[in-house]
Design a binder for this molecule. Structure first.
Ligand code: SF4
Ligand code: SF4
Length: 78
């Protein structure tokens, strides 16, 4: 699970992140940003696998990804 935040003022609604997302959890907003573009939003946080493809492909560096990091602690030996 990962949280995706899109800077709506930088996003121009090109949909590249939406097309590349393997889990199809991104979509365009119904609202417009100040430039008059619909912007990308994350529809389903739980389904996102944190692969970061959306951030890598965005030509405007508008995507920030906050992935949950899993840490395996050593088990106590009793
Ligand atoms: S991190 Fe991967 S799964 Fe999550 S929204 Fe971006 S492209 Fe989709
Ligand atoms: S790739 Fe970037 S500019 Fe294009 S829709 Fe996604 S967030 Fe917006």
């Amino acid at each position: 699970m990962a949280k995706i935040l899109v800077d709506k003022e930088r996003c121009k609604g090109c949909k590249m992140c939406i097309v590349i997302c393997p889990k199809k959890v991104l979509a365009l907003s119904t609202e417009l940003n100040p430039a008059g573009s619909r912007y990308a939003i994350q529809m389903e946080e739980k389904e996102c696998i944190g692969c970061r493809l959306c951030g890598m492909i965005c030509p405007d560096s508008a995507v920030s990804i906050y992935a949950e990091r899993r840490i395996n602690l050593p088990r106590s030996q009793t």
